[in-house]
Write a protein that binds this ligand. Sequence first.
Ligand SMILES: Cc1cc2nc3c(=O)[nH]c(=O)nc-3n(C[C@H](O)[C@H](O)[C@H](O)COP(=O)(O)O)c2cc1C
Length: 164
Amino acid sequence: MSDDVRKFRDALGNFATGVTIITTMSDDGEPIGLTANSFSSVSLDPPLVLFCLGRESYSFGHFENSEHFVINILGADQQEQSNHFARPSTDKWNDITYDVCDNGCPAFRNALAIFECAKHDVHDAGDHIIIVGRVESFEHKGEGDPLLYYRGRYAQIAQIAEDG
Ligand SMILES: Cc1cc2nc3c(=O)[nH]c(=O)nc-3n(C[C@H](O)[C@H](O)[C@H](O)COP(=O)(O)O)c2cc1C
């Protein structure tokens, strides 16, 4: 990575995010997933969300081919799971417990929230693609702290402001 790219990445890291694991199912029924913090809400009506997927990732072809995916929003106690799914590996799913959603994709029921999506649109974006999903169904716990990512490290919420 060049110095310029590293500096750019370091500057971007000042934007604190949550952490997700985004999953899909391959054509031959292999679960696929990766850790991503590029998740964003897009539209309320229709309900749209997006994430950015690196072209170099193993998952790339599978998400390109798949018409459905699930966004799992991680809680503060899921840092280990986040690290696990941030590794480029073809056998990430050994010993991993998951449910299969109505849309056929894996979901982690211990996540803070789960969004079942149908692929709505895909945009070219440099070394990533932007995948826009239409949310077909969702659930959330309504409690529990999120896992955060800030300046290249995990972080935890110390305090939630009560006034807006
Ligand atoms: C906190 C965090 C956030 C990440 N966000 C993204 C992201 O938004 N998009 C992406 O393509 N990779 C992201 N990555 C990197 C992928 O998780 C990593 O490249 C992973 O190995 C991809 O898995 P795969 O090669 O099996 O597809 C992130 C990694 C971490 C630790």
